[in-house]
Design a protein around this ligand. Structure first.
Ligand code: HEM
Length: 403
């Protein structure tokens, strides 16, 4: 039997053959080196993400909540639904359209304009890192000068996710320091409410009339910083990498820019950034013939599920007209019909990504601007082989584009 390693350099460089092998031989695989189950088939991954009673978002090991306080990302059941009903509406629908999208457009234009006169540029430095930061600064109603503060807090909290010292302490202190800025914003917005996210968060209530405490608002804002910045940054780098590696598809998009939305969906399926999500197991459960024990941890491989050949034919093909994928929009509750399935790049079910529309808007808007501005774009020879996978991201470390 082929030896399985989920931690070798080869796997990190190209995880797809190993994921394929696992899907065919041991779709529910026990990774002894990490002491957790790894689930690779689309159907099994969906089953885990849908069953909120058995699979909890509060696994028994170091948690994010130790750094930024308890947030929806580690809550289960009614508590989660209550808090999510307060925070999620701010990121979709009319709020997204009227309050957020103008910021996305403005930030994207500013960043693309800065490329004028260059012969090449680093996507990560010039576009992907600053875009979510700029957008978030504006959404929170903060000053442009606070961008550096946001960048610093985000990096420190993200590093603390490694779960070791001194990173945990640095992350906790960064959150606490940043909370002072958020507390003063809250105080200000209570007196003069605006159309910013903080004003919305402090005035909204769940069905029973419950409102977030100031501490919960601070924790949620820190969650937004870490959940929405690096993910979007990596997604933009990877998306441009995929587009420029597929000249025929890029030509079609240049001829018909409405295809950019399908391209983004197909990209999220094929190379969608978050490799794994973990869940704790609240009671013994039979998953596809394997008994998972209460207290175990299960790791769902989103990247593998999205490349499951029993759902998506020829999965490594980048196909703008894929007939087995819902190309129009993401669906929180999934959406598998006989012909089509939704991708799992933004998760599924209760914890489905809150920022899925914002992420799409940011990436599609700035890519459309780039294509409009530059007739020629190609991957620079200055790039080195640099796809890197750590415990959760599938990421091109850097991408330099010739223009
Ligand atoms: C391409 C970029 C993004 C990707 C790939 C992504 C991916 C995901 C995934 C897979 C989950 C589910 C986690 C789970 O099941 O445990 C999630 C949750 C979440 N995302 Fe995103 N995300 C992105 C952008 C954003 C943005 C822009 C924001 C907000 C500014 C955001 C905020 C959140 C939050 C708050 C949650 C937790 C939801 C909950 O627990 O109910 N994400 N994201």
């Amino acid at each position: 039997m082929k030896e399985i390693s989920l931690h070798s350099a080869n796997f990190y460089r190209d995880p797809f053959p190993t994921f394929e092998h696992l899907r065919h031989t041991t779709p529910v695989y026990f990774d002894a080196s990490e002491d957790r189950w790894v689930v690779t088939r689309y159907a099994d991954v969906s089953e885990v993400l849908r069953n909120h009673e058995v699979f909890t978002a509060n696994p028994p090991y170091f948690r994010f909540s130790e750094i930024i306080g308890v947030t929806i990302s580690n809550m289960d059941g009614k508590d989660h639904d209550s808090r999510r009903s307060i925070v999620a509406p701010g990121m979709i629908g009319k709020n997204l359209e009227h309050l957020i999208l103008p910021h996305v457009q403005q930030s994207s234009t500013y960043l693309v304009d800065r490329l004028a006169g260059l012969s090449d540029f680093s996507v990560r430095k010039m576009l992907a890192k600053p875009l979510p930061l700029k957008t978030m600064t504006k959404i929170l109603g903060l000053d442009e000068r606070d961008e550096n503060l946001l960048a610093d807090v985000t990096t420190k909290i993200l590093r603390s996710l490694q779960g070791d010292e001194p990173h945990k302490t640095i992350g906790r202190e960064a959150h606490e320091e940043f909370a002072k800025t958020v507390y003063s914003l809250i105080a200000q917005k209570r007196i003069t409410p605006g159309t910013d996210l903080i004003s919305g968060l402090i005035s909204s209530a769940d069905e029973s009339g419950y409102k977030l405490t100031d501490e919960e608002v601070c924790s949620f804002v820190s969650l937004l910083l870490v959940a929405g910045s690096e993910t979007t940054e990596i997604a933009l780098v990877n998306f441009l990498h995929v587009l420029l590696s597929h000249p025929a598809e890029l030509k079609m998009i240049r001829e018909d820019p409405t295809l950019l939305n399908s391209a983004f969906t197909e990209f999220m399926r094929r190379d969608g950034v978050i490799v794994y999500e973990d869940r704790g197991i609240a009671e013994d459960y039979d998953l596809n013939g394997h008994i998972l024990k209460k207290g175990d941890v299960v790791r769902v491989a989103l990247l593998s599920a999205n490349n499951d050949e029993s759902v998506f034919k020829n999965p490594r093909k980048f196909d703008l007209f894929r007939s087995d994928l819902h190309l129009d929009r993401e669906r929180r509750s999934g959406g598998v019909t006989e012909e089509r399935a939704g991708h799992l790049g933004f998760g599924l079910g209760r914890h489905f990504c809150i920022g899925y529309m914002l992420a799409r808007a940011e990436i599609v808007t700035i890519t459309a601007l780039l294509l409009n501005t530059f007739d020629q774009m190609s991957i620079s020879k200055k790039n080195v082989d640099n796809i890197e996978m750590d415990w959760w991201v599938w990421s091109a470390k850097e991408l330099i584009i010739d223009i």
